[in-house]
Ligand binder design. Structure first.
Ligand code: NAP
Length: 307
């Protein structure tokens, strides 16, 4: 029986682990299917306080994990398949094995959203990617495409110009969701070409099992055409990882956990931290802060229950 199990090993989960471990709760952290969360697939992080020169995302998150381990946090590889949160102790099935815990911190984050085209899905890892920082270096002097109109798309497009000869940014509307500073930066980059009001109809070429181009459609003119690219980067947002909690924890219409104040969910003893609940800020520092809050709430909850 655990005092606290923390699901997720990103910024939120690791910070919760540091606080819970320092409170002597001996937390178990379930690493999940994306170890280290989104920081692990980022390059330089320039806005995490305390690092005037910036710090590489994977290094930052690994340091957090080490810091939690110093105080006795345990990490286990695996993903949560099923949960029973109807009574305490809560039960979690992790890679086939059931675990029991008095409190639970859900810091399972959010995963990349895809367009959902069959051709896109079949070519993931063969030219289709959701992570420019992971795969960008494969496209030196090649033509690539980025899909999306938010900050992620601008960031990915800018990053890809370090390698690619040309980056085409395709967005389904004329207006962009991205912040002005990010949009201006992308617009000012001579390697980035903008294709607004345009959607992707298909990614070629399934027969060759690699990306050779895409079929595009302009929504205003109706024009349909093929464009050659070798890399296809989808940056259209994220989906919260809440599947194992569906029907037990209050989720909103997009699947994000609904907060019941502070780090509390609708179930006493179950707390949330980070992007799994936060659709507004989604920053490393806000996730870390949320992890801290969740651990403090878990500690107070256990104390109030006499543990
Ligand atoms: P986002 O702001 O939700 O933007 C998603 C974009 O993808 C939107 O432009 C959306 O189009 C488009 N989209 C969604 N579904 C689509 C579909 N099925 N087909 C085509 N296009 C689709 O997501 P995000 O860019 O990942 O940003 C998420 C949050 O992280 C934001 O708060 C952002 O500010 C923050 N962020 C910050 C930074 C930074 O400051 N360095 C970097 C990255 C992200 P519509 O606009 O038409 O809906």
């Amino acid at each position: 029986m655990r005092n606290v199990i923390i699901i997720g090993s990103g910024c939120a989960g690791n910070t919760a682990a540091i606080y819970a471990a320092r409170a002597n709760l001996k937390p178990l952290v379930v690493i999940g299917h994306e170890p280290g969360g989104q920081l692990s697939i980022t390059t330089l992080v320039e806005n995490f306080p305390g690092f005037p020169e910036g710090i590489e995302g994977p290094e930052l998150v690994e340091n957090m994990k080490k810091q939690a381990e110093v105080f006795g946090a345990e990490y286990v590889h695996g993903t949560v398949e099923e949960t029973d949160l109807s009574k305490r102790p809560f039960r979690l099935k992790i890679d086939g094995e059931w675990h029991e815990t008095m409190t639970l911190i859900i810091a399972s984050g959010a995963s990349a959203r895809w367009l959902g085209l069959p051709s896109e899905q079949k070519l993931i890892g063969r030219g289709v990617s959701s992570c420019a920082t992971c795969d960008g270096a494969f496209y030196r002097e090649r033509k690539v495409m980025v899909i999306g109109g938010g900050d992620s798309a601008m960031e990915e497009a800018n990053f890809l110009t370090r390698f690619a000869s040309e980056v085409t940014l395709v967005h389904r509307r004329e207006q962009f969701r991205a912040s002005k500073i990010m949009l201006d930066r992308a617009r000012g980059n001579p390697k980035i070409k903008f294709l607004p009001s345009t959607v992707v109809e298909e990614v070629h070429d399934l027969a060759k099992n690699e990306v050779t181009g895409v079929r595009l459609r302009n929504l205003e003119s109706g024009k349909v055409w093929d464009q050659e690219v070798e890399g296809f980067f989808v940056a259209i947002g994220h989906i919260p990882n809440t599947k194992p909690f569906k029907g037990q924890i209050d989720l909103d219409h997009d699947g994000y956990i609904v907060s019941h104040g502070g780090a509390r969910t609708n179930i006493k003893g179950v707390f949330h931290a980070g992007d799994v609940q936060d659709r507004a800020y989604r920053q490393a520092i806000t996730a870390a802060g949320a992890g801290c809050m969740a651990a403090i709430e878990a500690e107070r909850f256990l104390e109030a229950e006499g543990h």
